[in-house]
Structure formats: structure tokens, C-alpha cells
Design a protein around this ligand. Structure first.
Ligand code: UT7
Length: 327
């Protein structure tokens, strides 16, 4: 059975930079607190007329250009997002139209910050079975419109952006996405959620007053869970391919918190130098984070043919997982 290979990557971050110093003027926080507790120094914020699909399309065009694939050649578009332009249709449908990818069927995958990895895994299944030959996977998120800008516990963490990958099948036994291992624990839904604005608590004065349409998080619980879950799923993914942590050339991880990544890599006995970091510049861009990080590492010329790339991501749900790829 053919494996999926990533033949192009792209990313996009809005122009506007919001620094920790800017946040000091909005909430009771300091640059020192944010830097020490998270590793984040700044993040990007979308322009008022910019929506998630606009960012997704920018990232997609860059990935398609690198891959040398025309939009009309695409047969599948999967967008990982929980911040679509509107509840329906999907962000992916809007992206399909803007790209002019007429042949592609398109849908969103909602797995919060694990959305990039979930979307990649879903697209991979269609490639493995031979149902599609060219797929576009995107992670795009506009959390600046979903956080409560009065809540210092959350608003300092997130940023806007999009990342994209173009997938094609490869018969090369040595290369491609070897396997991915996804997990969900819905009993933890309440530690990271947007409680209002859906069908449980639809929009009302109460929802708006109590800001239930914004992101709520128990940071400490998410932190503890993330460290254990990411380390375990990465061990699982490596073992499934007969690999050890020492075989890993690069770690491409969801960028939530530098301390989370340090703790995970310590558990895996991997040096932090193997992990491409950009949370300092972008913060947590949710589903966009993993594909944006992959694109940066790729464009920096870091990824060489045959390198073992370990990917990991975690988000609300809780959803998480790890994948192993031979570049
Ligand atoms: O993709 C998954 C999405 N979410 C995450 O990855 C988040 C995971 N969690 C985290 O990254 C960390 O838990 C945080 C960065 C959110 C918080 O760091 P922490 O070391 O766990 O801090 P804490 O929640 O234990 O809070 C310590 C103190 C508290 O004050 P008291 O109760 O000790 O007086 C907070 O109120 O820090 C306070 N605090 C802040 N102070 C200044 C919380 N946010 C801020 C802030 N500025 N922005």
C-alpha cells in the first residue's frame, strides 16, 4: 500500500504583531511572567477583514507552489480548525472555492490544537487506499477572535496563523508517513473548551455577558495531561515502527508552551535542539501550529531525505497523538 509523502509545505501569519509589552497594557501581566511560564514573546493577530479561510488560502498557495501542484489537480482538502469563518459551510469548502480546486471534495476536522495532526492522518487514509492522489492538508486558526481579552490566563497564549501541506503517494518503502496514533479523552472536555455559542448554550445575552463564547481553560490540568499524553503517544508511535527515541532526527511539535515541550523531550530523553521552536514568535496557533512549524523547518533546509521526523500535538477534547515520518 502506498504511503503519503509531503511534497510541499507553506505557512502564513498575519502582519500585525502583538508583543508581551502590548499585553501588559491590556491585562494584569508582565513580559517576564509570560516569557518565563510559556516561552512566548509575541504573537500575530489577524486584520479585521481577515478570516480563517483567507489565512488558510495563503498558506495553501505557498505549499502548492513548492509542490508544483495546480489547485485543479487536488482531489481532497482537509482543514483542521475550530475557528472557521462561519458555522457552515466548512472552512474547507471556502478554501476550495478560493483556490479554484474544483475537483477536490473538502471538509473540516475539529480537533482543536491537535487539528493539524488529525487532518494529516485523515488525508493519509484516503491516499493509502488509493482513493485520492493529491491532497491538501491545512491547519488554520484565528483564536484572537475566540479568547477573552480580559482573561490573562488565556489571552497571552494564543496567536493566529495557518500552515499547509500537499500530500502525494509514494511507493518508496523508505519514505513517507509511517504511521500516526491518535487519541481522545472526552471526559476531559471541560478543562479546555468554549462552553457557549453552540447548541448547548446558544447565543444569548447571558452567554455574551459571561463571555461563554470565549475560550475557558484549566491551564494546570492541561499542562499536566499534555506532558504525559505526548510522551506516551510518541513512545507508542516510535515503537510501532521499531524505532527508539534516539533514532529521531527532528521533532515537529504543537507549540503550546516551551515548558511542556521541555518536559516531554526530557521524558523521551531527546535534546531540545531536535525540536523546531517558533512559539516565541507566534504563540500557540492551535491547529496551525504543527504545519506552520513543519514549513519553517522545511524552508530552513533542516529536513533531509531519510530523516526521521516525530510529530506530536494535543488539544481540547482532549485530543492528542503522534506520528512518525521518514522525510
Ligand atoms: O494547546 C493546548 C492549549 N493549552 C495549553 O497548552 C496550556 C497549558 N498550560 C499552560 O501552559 C500553563 O498552565 C499556563 C501558562 C497557562 C499557566 O502557567 P502555570 O505555571 O501553570 O501557572 P498557574 O496557572 O499555576 O498560575 C500561577 C499564577 C496564578 O496566580 P496565583 O493563583 O498563584 O496567585 C495565576 O493567576 O500565575 C497567575 N497568572 C498570571 N500572572 C501574570 C496566570 N496567568 C497570568 C498572566 N500574567 N498572564
Amino acid at each position: 500500500m502506498a504511503r503519503s509523502q509531503i511534497i510541499g509545505t507553506g505557512s502564513y501569519a498575519p502582519e500585525k504583531v502583538l508583543t508581551n509589552a502590548d499585553l501588559e497594557k491590556l491585562v494584569d501581566t508582565t513580559d517576564a511572567w509570560i516569557t518565563e511560564r510559556t516561552g512566548i514573546r509575541e504573537r500575530r493577530v489577524a486584520a479585521p477583514d481577515e478570516a480563517t479561510s483567507d489565512m488558510a488560502v495563503q498558506a495553501a498557495r505557498r505549499a502548492l507552489e513548492m509542490a508544483g501542484v495546480r489547485p485543479e489537480e487536488l482531489e481532497l482538502i482537509v482543514v483542521g480548525t475550530v475557528s472557521p469563518d462561519m458555522p457552515m459551510p466548512s472552512c474547507a469548502a471556502l478554501v476550495q472555492a478560493k483556490l479554484g480546486a474544483k475537483r477536490a471534495f473538502a471538509f473540516d476536522v475539529a480537533a482543536a490544537c491537535a487539528g493539524g495532526l488529525y487532518a494529516l492522518t485523515v488525508a493519509d487514509q484516503f491516499l493509502r487506499t488509493g482513493q485520492v492522489k493529491r491532497a491538501l492538508v491545512i491547519g488554520a486558526e484565528l483564536f484572537s477572535r475566540m479568547v477573552n481579552w480580559e482573561d490573562r490566563n488565556t489571552c497571552v497564549l494564543f496567536g493566529d496563523g495557518a500552515g499547509a501541506m500537499v500530500l502525494a503517494p509514494t511507493e518508496d518503502e523508505e519514505r513517507g508517513l509511517l504511521s500516526s496514533h491518535l487519541h481522545t479523552d472526552g471526559t476531559l472536555a471541560d478543562i479546555l473548551c468554549i462552553p457557549g455559542g453552540g447548541t448547548r448554550k446558544s447565543f444569548s445575552e447571558e452567554v455574551l455577558r459571561d463571555k461563554l463564547h470565549t475560550l475557558h481553560m484549566n491551564g494546570r490540568e492541561v499542562f499536566k495531561f499534555a506532558v504525559r499524553a505526548l510522551a506516551d503517544s510518541t513512545h507508542e508511535a516510535l515503537a510501532a515502527n521499531g524505532l527508539e527515541p534516539r533514532d529521531v532526527t527532528h521533532v515537529i511539535a504543537h507549540q503550546a508552551n516551551l515548558r511542556i515541550l521541555e518536559a516531554v523531550l526530557q521524558r523521551l530523553e531527546l535534546p531540545l535542539e531536535k525540536c523546531w521552536l517558533n512559539l516565541r514568535e507566534y504563540g500557540n496557533t492551535s491547529a496551525a501550529s504543527l504545519p506552520m512549524t513543519l514549513d519553517e523547518a522545511n524552508r530552513a533546509g533542516r529536513l533531509k531525505e531519510g530523516d526521521v521526523v516525530a510529530m506530536m500535538a494535543i488539544g481540547a477534547g482532549m485530543t492528542w497523538g503522534s506520528a512518525v515520518m521518514r522525510w
